[in-house]
Structure formats: C-alpha cells, structure tokens
Design a protein around this ligand. Structure first.
Ligand code: G6P
Ligand code: ZN
Length: 580
C-alpha cells in the first residue's frame, strides 16, 4: 500500500519538557490537538540524521490512550523516513522488555533498533482522567540523556510543522505479522511481534530456569505474584506459568487493563493491598496460610516489591542480598560482579556487602540513568534504589521480573539440599544476612502535594542548619541525649566517574557518628505541588539487636528529623502521606 508524507502546520505547547522518565501528563493534556504529534516530531527532529532508514520500537504498559498514540506515532515515523516500526502485540512491552528489544532484537538483515517510544506513566494510575506518558530510549536501551531531552524540549517550543503519512490505515496491532507500505523514501513496515519473546530469551540466558522450576514444583513452596493489572502480567504468565510450570493460581491481577482496574499500580505496602493481605501483612488475618514468597510490579514492570510470609523486604536490603548471593545463585554472574551501585538515599546495606566482598562500589544520585553510564563502562553489575527499583547490566532499565527471578534463584540455591520439608524462607535469608552484615533499619516518610514555596523554605532551613553542626548537635542532645552526634552535614553532589559530569543539590544529608543518616530531598516525579521525602536510616551491627521492630529502632531518629526540620511548622502536616 502506498502513502505520501503530508506536512501539517502546528503551534507549540508549553511544558513539553521530558524528564528522564519522559513526558508525563494527564490523558486530557495528551488528547489536545497535535499534542502527541508535536512531541514525537520534536523527538525525530532532535534525532536528526539517525531517523532516515531506522527501526523504532513503539509500545508500553497498555494504559488508556496507548492504542491511539501508537497509531499516531506509526504515521509520523513513516513520514519522517523511518524504515520499520516494531510494536509488541497489543501495543504491550514492559519497560525492561523494551530495553532488551533495543539491545538484542535484530531485523531481517541483522539490524538493530535505533530507539523506542515507551508509552507509560510508570506507577501512576491510568484511565481517561489519569496519567499518560511518552518516554524515548536510545541505542543502549536506556532513557534518553539530558542532552537529548533538552534538545527535544527546545524544539517543542518553536515547532511549526510536523510530517504525517497519508494513506496508512490504522494497523492491526492485535495480530503478530508485518504490514508493508511504500512511501516517498521506499518501503515502510510495521512489524507486530510477541511481546514476551525477546525478554524471555534473555531471562533464560541469565537464570537457571531448571533450578527455579524445581523450587516451584515443591509442594511446600507457595508463591503469589501481583501485577496490579499492569504489563507485568503477560510476562508473569509466560515465565512463571508456561516456562516454570508454576500453579496459575499463584498469579494475581495479571491481566493488563487500561485503567489498572482502577488501582494505583505501585508495588508498595500501601498500594499492593491484595497481595499484602494475602501475605499476612494486612490489617486483618488472611483467609489462608500466606504463601512462602510474594512479589508485585508497577504498571510498566520495572519496579518490584519482595515479600516473605508475613515479612517485608526493604528494597535497600533486597539489592544488598541479591549482590551478596548473586555469584553462587545466578549463572549470569558466575564470573563475579564488576561492581555494585545504589542511589544516595538507598540504605548503606549494599556498602557493607561491597566492602566485605571487595567489590567496586558507587553511590549515585536518584535516577536510573546514573547507573547506565557505569554499566556501559563495565563498572557495575548489580544496582538498586530504595524506590523499589532493582536491576543489573543485562539491560539499561530497572527490572521488576528480573528481581523476582533473582530472589527465586537465591531461594532455590539456599534450598538446593531439601531439609525435611522445611524451607529456608525469605525471612530466614534476610535475618541471616543481618546477622552476617549488620542491619540498616530504614524508613521513608513522604509528604505529598505540599505547597511548593513551603517545601523550598524547609529545604533552605535545613541548608542553613548545616552551617553550624555544633548547634545542630546541641539541639539533638536537648531532644534526646541518647542519639549520636552529627559528624557531617552536606548537600549530595556527584561527579560521574565516566563522563566527568557533575550533579549538584541531590539531597540534604545529615551523617551521624554511628553511621545513621537523615536525608531530605524533593521528589522529581510528583505531578502536583511538591513532595518532600525524608529518609531515615540507622545501622546496627550487634547481631543480638538486629531483630527488633524497625519503627521502634528508628523512633528516636524520626523525632530528631521532624524537630530539626520543623516539618509541621513548614508544611502544616502532622504526619506523612505515605510511610514506606
Ligand atoms: C523514577 C526513576 C527512579 C527514581 C525515582 C525517584 O522511578 O526511574 O530511578 O528512583 O523515579 O523518584 P522521586 O519521586 O523520588 O524523584
Ligand atoms: Zn515503572
């Protein structure tokens, strides 16, 4: 079928500034005339000579408006000289699967994709009145760097026209196969493919599926995976049920829905309610004995939450435990780890493992892109963030299903010699880890939708406190003489060891003499007002004290943090919106 490239006049929209997680707005904003067209054209303009004859991937978490956006992007790609658009069946691909497709999938002549438009707003709700997003990932499979997103943004401010194919009907993305067209610069194909095949292939290269299958076949091993109606459901069905023969009854909310069933697809103790209840961590007793292992993902399946029976694994502990056990339990790492990394607000549990195992270690600002640089340079194998992101250098995004397979591998490894029907549980593994390495008690308080001015004032107050640490210590001793003194206060700054770039103002830190830390930062992902995050951490190396309740252990530091920051006076909030 033939098509022509039409030129359409347009006018710029304000605020099309993509962050590293892309352009994220309400669906109603995206539905404005030419809104998607402007942004996609601006991206192609910014990519300039890379576009002609390229292959571009377009897919996402299946949220409301994805199907419309895919058809628009196909037509704009065709008119801009793209040779092929690759679409996951039904427009679905998880964010980690997109990264794998860019890195590993090859076309008929061995060519790889140049990049991808990922249609997702991650863990934000979906539906006609909720969020949509478009994020561009580049050749290495990771999110576009700031140099590119800045360029895209500046083009959106002056855009006057876009190109769109006339003569291409809406492509059926429900069926695998190729739709062939011919345009002014030659053939143009839309290839719809099985959304799971590349990702499953990669997971099979990384993990010992046989060992995990053995674990899942043991009658005493029960499991529950909650996809919160996000895109993880299709991978869970394929990997856990079809490949690993898990009981299909282990899957919860694994049918992707445009509105995530009306829920908030964020895997934490607040939003993954059904899973939390089943695992025995809800407010009331569960209907049945909780499963041995539970996990959840966010909308686009890059985040994960790991649970044991009546037991929550903090994301900071999770990455440390994966790093400590990776070499023995996961074939991909059998030659050793190149290095490990965590984001600054993530607890120092990983630091202790790195030190004990003599591994290269990096502390980077919040945001996955900082890990990407280290991985491209071969300096980092495993990394993680307190915000429920864990991953490795197999791709350039965090990876929710990978984290679950890593935990299943560790469980399989620890249980390789069956011990009379009693499994080494998730809780056993975590407690053993604390005994060996000490425990980092950890909690995060989020104050959402705070007045932006008030949030700025609070941060300025904290910076001014840091000019006199002796005064801070005087205040601490007046509040609670048993709390250690602050040794150092600063604003976190990072110099990228690969490209030398410097990132400043990445969070305000109070570092205590006993290794405890208070960190304050403003969220970079909130959509209304400002979100203040307060991270509280205390290290306990005495094995006889690592078992106490986290909230009990942290209570003195919480009091200090709230009083030092004057949280209530600045924000008017007597308690946080969410505690994780
Ligand atoms: C996204 C990024 C993560 C980052 C998180 C931080 O999920 O992919 O890498 O940790 O945002 O969000 P925040 O709201 O704390 O800035
Ligand atoms: Zn996500």
């Amino acid at each position: 079928m033939g098509f022509v490239g039409a030129v359409r006049e347009t006018t710029p929209y304000d605020g099309q500034k993509p962050g590293t997680s892309g352009l994220r707005k309400k669906v109603t904003v995206f539905k404005q005339p030419h809104y998607v067209e402007n942004f996609v054209q601006a991206t192609f303009n910014a990519l300039s000579e890379k576009v002609q004859g390229s292959i571009i991937v377009v897919s996402g978490d299946g949220r409301y408006f994805s199907k419309d956006a895919i058809q628009i992007i196909i037509k704009i790609a065709a008119a801009n000289g793209v040779k092929e658009v690759w679409v996951g069946q039904n427009g679905l691909l998880s964010t980690p699967a997109v990264s794998a497709v860019i890195r590993d999938r090859v076309g008929r002549h061995g060519e790889k994709a140049t990049g991808a438009f990922i249609l997702t707003a991650s863990h934000n709700p979906g539906g006609p009145h909720e969020d949509f997003g478009i994020k561009y990932n580049t050749e290495n499979g990771g999110p576009a760097l700031e140099s590119l997103t800045d360029k895209i943004y500046s083009i959106t401010k002056t855009i006057k026209e876009y190109y769109i194919a006339e003569g291409i009907p809406d492509v059926d993305i429900g069926k695998c196969g190729t739709s062939a067209f011919t345009g002014p610069s030659g053939p143009f194909n839309v290839v719809v493919f099985d959304a799971t095949e590349d990702y499953v292939k990669l997971m099979k290269q990384i993990f010992d599926f046989g060992a995990i299958k053995n674990l899942l076949s043991r009658p005493e091993f029960t499991f529950c995976y909650d996809a919160l109606h996000g895109v993880a459901g299709i991978y869970a069905q394929k990997i856990f049920v079809e490949e690993l023969s898990a009981n299909p009854g282990f899957l919860l909310n694994c049918v992707p829905k445009e509105d995530f069933g009306g829920g908030h697809p964020d895997p934490n103790l607040t939003y993954a309610k059904e899973l939390v209840q089943r695992m025995g961590l809800g407010k009331t007793a569960p209907a049945a004995e909780p499963p041995e292992f539970g996990a959840a993902a966010d909308g686009d399946a890059d985040r994960n939450m790991i649970l044991g029976r009546r037991f929550f694994v903090t994301p900071s502990d999770s990455v440390a435990i994966i790093a400590a056990n990776a070499v023995g339990a996961i074939p991909y790492f059998k030659a050793g780890l190149k290095g490990v990394a965590r984001s600054m607000p993530t607890s120092a549990a990983l630091d202790v493992v790195a030190k004990a195992l003599d591994l290269k270690f990096f502390e980077v600002p919040t945001g996955w892109k900082f890990f990407g640089n280290l991985m491209d340079a071969g300096m980092c194998s495993v990394c993680g963030e307190e915000s429920f992101g864990t991953g490795s250098d197999h791709i350039r995004e965090k990876d929710g299903i990978w984290a679950v397979l890593a935990w299943l591998s560790i469980l399989a490894h620890k249980n390789r010699v069956p011990a009379g029907g009693k499994l080494v549980s998730v809780e056993d593994i975590v407690r053993q880890h604390w005994e060996t390495y000490g425990r980092h008690f950890y909690t995060r308080y989020d104050y959402e939708n705070v007045d932006a001015g008030a949030a700025k004032d609070l941060m300025a107050h904290l910076v001014s406190l840091q000019s006199s640490i002796p005064d801070v210590n005087k205040m601490i001793k007046e509040i609670n003489p048993n709390v250690a003194c602050v040794a150092k206060g600063d604003e976190f700054e990072y110099k990228d060891p690969v490209d030398g770039s410097v990132s400043k103002h990445q969070g305000i830190r109070f570092l205590f003499e006993d290794g405890s830390r208070l960190v304050f930062r403003l969220s970079g992902t909130g959509s209304e007002g400002a979100t203040i995050r307060l991270y509280i951490e205390q290290y306990q190396s005495d094995a006889s004290k690592t078992g106490i309740e986290s909230q009990v252990a942290l209570a003195p530091l919480v009091e200090i943090a709230l009083k030092l920051s004057k949280m209530e006076a600045f924000t008017g909030r007597s308690s946080p919106t969410v505690i994780t």
